[in-house]
Design a protein around this ligand. Sequence first.
Ligand code: SF4
Length: 359
Amino acid sequence: MENNWDPGLAGQFTARLLEWKDATPRPMPWKGVRDPYLIWLSEIILQQTRVEQGLPYFERFRARFPTVESLAAAPDDEVFKLWEGLGYYSRARNLLETARYIAGERGGKFPETYEGIKAMKGIGPYTAAAVASFAFDLPHAVVDGNVYRVLARVFGLVTPVDSTDGKRLFSEWAQKLLDIAAPGVYNQAIMDFGAIQCKPASPACGQCPMQSFCRANQTGKVDELPVKARRLAKRVRYFHYLVLRYEGKLLLRKRTAKDIWQHLYDFPLVESEQKEMDLAQLQASPAWKTLVGKNSPMLFHCSQSFQQTLSHQHIIARFWEFDLPDPWVLDDAEYIVEERENLTKFAFPKIVDWYLKKL
Ligand code: SF4
């Protein structure tokens, strides 16, 4: 298979794709919407998120923040709470920052060029192309995992999609294939085609309108495309949380450092190189010495281990619960004391949420 451009095949692909779209309606609340704010909101929510998971979040955000001004005026904690469970919290931070920029610096008006949209915080080429084409009919092709997969398979493109050459090649092909008379319709069609027809696993080749000319199908290489040069090894981290209780209150910590889950809440944390830790090791940690000091707590319970997989990390956490006979010593603003029944006000990482639900 070679990366040769074939205009006849390209024309066939675009025509079949648009026919497929007409025959395969996939209604979504953001489809047909021309408001760039709502399109941008849906695209940010759907990044790295399945449509079924992102849909209720989009509906809740749209109901609570119908305009960019209403989102810009929201307290950070309220937005993070509404975002809870979606993961990749940098998206929520960038969402807020960009909303405040549009409301504050641009009088609430979204930029109307691809370059202007892409220049804003948290917006990459994919989201910029989606907003530019859906809201303003600008001729910019979306390129994401769905597009890589569909083009690699139909045209037999074997250049690794995660290489510099691959990114350039796929962007060029995507742009050449775009129907510039209806860029928004075409972009939506290829995203839908990748999501429901040419899926990563078990694509529906038997009922596919591209089957007669799809290179991967003809050569039996459907499972081998797209090619990826490297698969990232995930970093494994072991978290031992101190769940410190005094008279029904708990000690929470706001995560302020530039690390995963920035701006979310969890408990005082002892991070270790080892999965297992004993009480003596825990008591030797700086967090213990600072917060518990000479207080002599009663060990109440050590939880089972909980695991959460992120894009580049795998977290394994245990929760050590202690009842303190005396109050903790707090000299750090990152810690707050809260009643157990008020915890629902806070946005926690999923792994902490799972633990709290088990309590
Ligand atoms: S024939 Fe199969 S691999 Fe080719 S485009 Fe259709 S679903 Fe994808």
